[in-house]
Design a protein around this ligand. Structure first.
Ligand SMILES: [Cu+2]
Length: 166
């Protein structure tokens, strides 16, 4: 029941162009919803960031590149199953279609952070700049969750979170 109410609140906020959660950023027709990452385990030099992108406009946009001060390189990756082995592959761009939220989450599309300059610590946050073909660069704060988190805390209403892990 609580879940339904929260989801309804998010949809209402999107419909009115408002911000549903502290970490949401809306620029033009795009809303970047609740970016999060897992805390580093030990001295790991790689990490991943996730978020949901909603396009409320009437024109498809494309996510082209990502930058963050916390890593030397940030790339868009997807996970693909090859002969029973999960492998990551770089994706040049992600199409942000209309209506259907684009979900970057564990087990699927993700933002790969390579060459972390310091371990990601649970409870902290860092900025991520996503550059879109039409909308241009958009900065969003990324909340760092526990190393084992499967979704961001404090909200389970990400549109389309049921497709995560597929
Ligand atoms: Cu990756």
């Amino acid at each position: 029941m609580k879940r339904l109410i929260i989801a309804g609140a998010f949809l209402a906020a999107v419909a009115t162009g408002g911000q549903a959660f502290a970490g949401d950023v809306s620029v033009g027709t795009l809303t970047l919803h609740q970016a999060w990452a897992r805390a580093s385990i030990g001295p790991a030099k790689a990490g991943a960031a996730y978020l949901t992108i909603v396009n409320k406009g009437d024109e498809v946009d494309r996510l082209l590149s990502i930058e963050t001060p916390v890593a030397k390189v940030a790339q868009i990756h997807t996970n693909i199953m090859t002969n029973g082995i999960m492998k990551m592959r770089r994706v040049e761009a992600v199409e942000i279609a209309l209506g259907e939220p684009v979900v970057l989450g564990p087990g699927g599309l993700h933002i790969m952070l390579m060459g972390l300059k310091a371990p990601l610590r649970e409870g902290e946050s860092f900025p991520l700049v996503l550059t879109f073909e039409n909308a241009g660069p958009i900065e969003i704060p990324v909340e760092i969750e526990a190393p084992t988190a499967m979704e961001p805390t404090g909200d389970s209403s990400m549109p389309g979170d049921h497709v995560q892990g597929s």
